[in-house]
Design a protein around this ligand. Structure first.
Ligand code: NAD
Length: 377
């Protein structure tokens, strides 16, 4: 079978779905790999590197004749319509936001696999692209906070006197939040964090950060994710968090609830309690923002001098490593579907819905819309 990687077309997307180093895992499984010329350039991978790794480089359309298409962003409806019947696409494909692409996949008789729907079980960790990309975003968030702050992060004892470490507060201690905590700690900041899931407290403490405990009910939902807050609880949470936020030199927010707009954790009034020169890094800016007033891709400076950075395409800002991790997720998922006879690869990719990972992640099979077996139970 032929696996194709088109050049990403969405503006701001610099990642590529397969990096050269991983191509041999697919060719060893009997698959042919076709890369659109220039597909890796924004992530710093040249056509020559792909060719040396055993891929075929082609200019222009690589997807219409392919059996499997790997991309970071979902294929557009027009791209879906150009695929051959029975082709398999693997990408981030959100059932709530990529509705048109999913409809087009169904119409074109295509099998659409969503990396967003890979279940959060141990066996699927190596295929979990939400996690690998959130990790990149969390790391970047801490660096942006340090870069925009006019203060040192670490404690410094100098001949000219002692510099106290920066105080960093992280709201949302999932994958991105924990990586932001770890990175800020490595830079020497004093870090505290809050999350609505009580399970996150131990993880925060294991990073050497302080967990902020609020007298509020926990909001642990299915699959280890958070649940949405009522407006009453949200208001109480904001009130209780205000003293921590006004003390912060850098506030990093990463809170999300799957399938919903980002919860509003911090109002403009709360930001106004922060000292001039403080920094807000809102990783949720693209999905509505955890902090009132942040704008994706912009630095907004408030009238009293707080710099608010709104995240946009954040994993793309680490395009090389984000692509490398993403590629591993894609290849691990593909190899899970690779057929073999007597231990020898046949070069075929066949979704097996008795496997919970494939069952959960496949939205359409040869054009038929699917409800995962797991969801029917
Ligand atoms: N394979 C696995 O087992 C696996 C892989 C990745 C993540 N996980 C787990 O999945 C969970 C979610 O991780 P994620 O980073 O994808 O989450 P996410 O991106 O959906 O949300 C980020 C964080 O925001 C928090 N949050 C939501 N509403 C909030 C609010 N109002 N105030 C404060 N915080 C709020 C969530 O609890 C979460 O920790 C975590 O428990 C994580 O450890 C498990």
């Amino acid at each position: 079978m032929r696996v194709a990687v088109p050049k990403e077309s969405r503006s701001g997307e610099k990642r590529v779905a397969l990096v050269p180093d991983i191509i041999n895992k697919l060719t060893r499984a009997g698959l042919e790999v076709i890369i659109e010329s220039g597909a890796g350039v924004s992530a710093e991978f040249s056509d020559d590197q792909y060719a040396a790794a055993g891929a075929t480089i082609k200019s222009g359309d690589v997807i219409s004749g392919a059996d499997v298409i790997a991309s970071v962003q979902p294929l557009t409806p027009d791209q879906m319509k150009s695929l051959k019947k029975g082709a398999i696409t693997i990408s981030f494909l959100s059932p709530t936001t990529a509705v048109d692409s999913i409809e087009a996949a169904a119409g074109a008789g295509v099998t659409a696999i969503s990396l967003e729907l890979v279940p959060r079980i141990s066996r699927a960790q190596s295929m979990d692209a939400l996690t690998s990309q959130a990790l990149c975003a969390g790391y970047k968030a801490a660096l942006v906070g340090a870069e925009l702050s006019p203060r040192f992060f670490p404690l410094l004892m100098t001949a000219a006197g002692t510099v106290t470490p920066a105080k960093v507060v992280v709201l949302g201690a999932g994958v991105a939040g924990l990586q932001a905590i770890a990175t800020a700690k490595r830079l020497g900041a004093v870090v505290s964090a809050y999350d609505v899931r009580p399970a996150s407290a131990d993880e925060v403490k294991s990073m050497g950060a302080k967990f902020i405990t609020l007298e509020l009910e926990a909001l642990e939902g299915a699959g280890g994710y958070a649940r949405e807050m009522t407006e009453e609880r949200a208001a109480k949470q904001r009130e209780l968090l205000t003293p921590y936020i006004s003390e912060a030199d850098v506030l990093i927010t990463t809170a999300a609830v799957p399938g919903r707009a980002a919860p509003r954790l911090v109002t403009a009034e709360m930001v106004a309690t922060m000292a001039p020169g403080s920094v807000v890094v809102d990783l949720a800016a693209e999905t509505g923002g955890n902090v009132e007033g942040t704008k994706p891709g912009e630095i907004v400076v408030t009238s009293h001098g707080v710099r608010m950075w709104g995240g946009k395409d954040v994993p793309s800002q680490l395009a090389t490593h984000a692509s490398m991790l993403f590629s591993r997720n894609v290849v691990n998922l593909l190899l899970l579907m690779a057929s073999s006879v007597d231990g020898k690869p046949t070069g075929e990719i066949t979704p097996d819905f008795s496997d919970e990972i494939i069952d959960s992640a496949t939205l359409t099979f040869n054009g038929s819309r699917r409800t995962p077996e797991g969801a029917k139970k």
